[in-house]
Write a protein that binds this ligand. Structure first.
Ligand code: ADP
Length: 557
């Protein structure tokens, strides 16, 4: 840019210079020709045409005299051959001289073909005629000189420009390298913590200030980015679904730690990362048609239901995969459905019975009436039991409150005895205890109400399903460092092995039990299991048909 500017100035200078030179030479030649005209005009006043040749013979002045018709009456180089010359009336300088008294032109001569300067003036000769004196001078040498000067100037400036260009290029390069070296050394000094010497190169101080400002801004941005990243990670982690972000080739960019059992560790290619072909197929689908979609999926490998959402983020050309385990929600819905249908079913049977017997009662013969009333009463008992159990289980499900208190085993025994008093009396059941506690004072730390409900249900069952024996029940309480292990053993009917994993389901009743215990609801063990799990424990059962059953459960301290 600078160089272009310099070249423009140079062109301007050269053209100014050459213009000035050519106008100077024009003035110069004009004044020479004027001088000649002055001599000639004086002579033609004094002498006749025939004497001109004599006077100008030795002179190098070239001139001719032209009458106002344009005919050449005298020519210093072609004396006496003037009649051969063509009419000069059309020559510019002659025309202008005739019209205005004088004319000056530089042009190519029509005769010699050389660039010539012409000066013509109108004068009166000795004979009193108006004539035009036209003097001329070869102008070619002047033009040649001007051209040479122009060439020299162009060469000079071209050379000058090239020199400036190379000098500056190298100089600036060297200077730049030097500056970079200084910056390098300076940064090294800064890194090593040695003292900074700004006074050497004051410009470096301003450079360092810029670097510092820039660095500060960068650090602030990095800090902000880190903060945002942390927040984003926390948000991703707090979501209860598994979230995975893939690039356009389905290479993993980021993922939270949820549902880790669906993924291989340390893999980022989706084919290696995802364990289940069903999810891989879904990803392949979106890779092909780039359309977001949601679907429910059952994974047979893990036996669970998932809600899968795959989004194509068009702007970034990325894929967002979210997987939510919906097994529980699905299960809860399923359980609720069967629970309602079971409750309705269980309520329907005693109600139908009651309705039937009430109708029959009206026309029944007297001796059967009391039997019918007894049946109605039994069915009402059953209805009541179902409703109480139903309310209990709903209450337990809703409440997460655990009231751990320190109670003596004796108190537990006594309260249980009160609750079972009637059943024990009617059945003649014998209850023994086997207590093994770490606490020397015989205290245990339990949620008394819950443990009492559990034991009451288990002992009641032990009495109900006694078969034809007198029930012998042993309750054992063993304390370990973290929990209590409690067992309820009976000598009753016992159960077949295939029944054991079903008896804790709601409304499940072993077939035989339906006849032996008409008031049973099939909710008792479901309540027991629920309560034990609320107390952080679990229940197991061992049983043998005809021999008896033992329920063992744990309760966290
Ligand atoms: P319900 O007693 O109302 O039928 P439960 O949930 O308490 O319901 O018990 C489910 C089933 O388990 C009972 O129908 C019964 O057949 C069986 N069962 C429970 N406890 C015992 C036991 N101690 N001995 C034998 N069978 C039992």
């Amino acid at each position: 840019m600078t160089l272009l500017f310099i070249i423009l100035i140079e062109i301007f200078f050269v053209s100014l210079n050459i213009g000035y030179l050519s106008s100077l030479s024009k003035v110069e030649v004009k004044s020479t020709l004027k001088e000649n005209v002055f001599i000639i005009s004086n002579l033609i006043k004094e002498y006749k045409k025939d004497d001109y040749q004599q006077i100008f013979k030795g002179s190098d002045i070239r001139f001719n005299i032209i009458n106002l018709n344009g005919d050449v009456v005298y020519d210093s180089t072609r004396f006496n051959k003037e009649s051969l010359l063509e009419n000069h009336g059309s020559r510019e300088e002659v025309q202008v001289a005739i019209d205005n008294g004088q004319g000056f032109f530089i042009r190519k001569s029509t005769i010699s073909k050389k660039t010539t300067a012409y000066y013509a003036v109108k004068r009166i000769n000795k004979e009193g005629e108006n004539v035009v004196i036209r003097v001329s001078k070869n102008y070619s040498p002047v033009i040649t000189i001007i051209r040479i000067i122009l060439l020299v100037e162009i060469l000079f400036f071209t050379f000058l420009n090239i020199s400036i260009h190379f000098f500056y290029k190298n100089f600036l390069k060297r200077d730049l390298y030097k500056k970079i070296e200084v910056i390098e050394n300076f940064l090294k000094e800064k890194e090593s913590g040695s003292a900074l010497s700004f006074e050497k190169d004051p410009w470096i101080l301003s450079f360092w200030r810029i670097v510092q400002k820039w660095q500060r801004k960068n650090l602030e941005n990095i800090e902000k980015l880190n903060r945002d990243k942390r927040t984003l990670n926390q948000i991703i982690e707090s979501i209860d679904s598994s979230l995975l972000l893939f690039d356009e080739n389905l290479k993993l960019i980021i993922k939270n730690s949820k549902l880790s059992y669906l993924f291989e560790i340390d893999k980022d290619n989706y084919l290696e990362l995802i364990k289940d072909i069903e999810i891989i197929e879904l990803l392949k689908k979106i890779l092909k048609n780039k359309k977001s979609f949601k679907t429910e999926l059952y994974l047979s490998r893990v036996k669970r239901y998932f809600y899968i959402c795959i989004k194509y983020l068009e702007e970034d050309k990325r894929y967002l995969l979210s997987i939510k385990d919906i097994t529980q929600t699905k299960g809860v819905l399923e359980v609720q459905k069967t629970f309602i249908s079971n409750v309705s079913h269980e309520l329907k049977t005693p109600l139908t019975n009651i309705k039937g017997y009430v109708i029959a009662l009206e026309d029944a013969p007297e001796p059967l009436k009391s039997q019918f009333i007894k049946t109605i009463k039994n069915n009402i008992d059953k209805l009541e039991n179902i409703i109480i159990d139903f309310l209990n289980i709903t209450k337990i499900e809703k409440s997460n409150i655990i009231k751990i208190e320190k109670v003596s085993v004796e108190r537990l025994k006594a309260e249980l005895a009160i609750l079972l008093n009637e059943r024990i009396k009617t059945s003649g059941a014998k209850i023994t205890y086997n207590i093994n506690l770490l606490d020397k004072n015989g205290n245990i730390k339990i949620d008394l109400e819950k443990v009492l409900t559990i034991l009451k249900n288990l002992v009641e069952n032990a009495i109900i399903y006694k078969g034809d024996k007198i029930p012998e029940i042993e309750i054992s309480i063993i304390e370990t460092r973290s929990k209590y292990k409690i067992g309820v053993k009976d000598n009753g009917l016992g159960m077949a092995l295939e029944e054991l994993n079903k008896i804790f389901e709601r409304f499940y009743r072993v077939d035989k039990a339906r006849t032996s215990n008409r008031a049973g609801t099939g909710l008792g063990l479901a309540i027991v299991k629920e309560l034990i799990e609320k107390c952080g424990g679990q229940i197991d059962v061992l049983s043998k048909e005809g021999k008896g059953t033992i329920f063992i459960f744990t309760i966290l301290k």
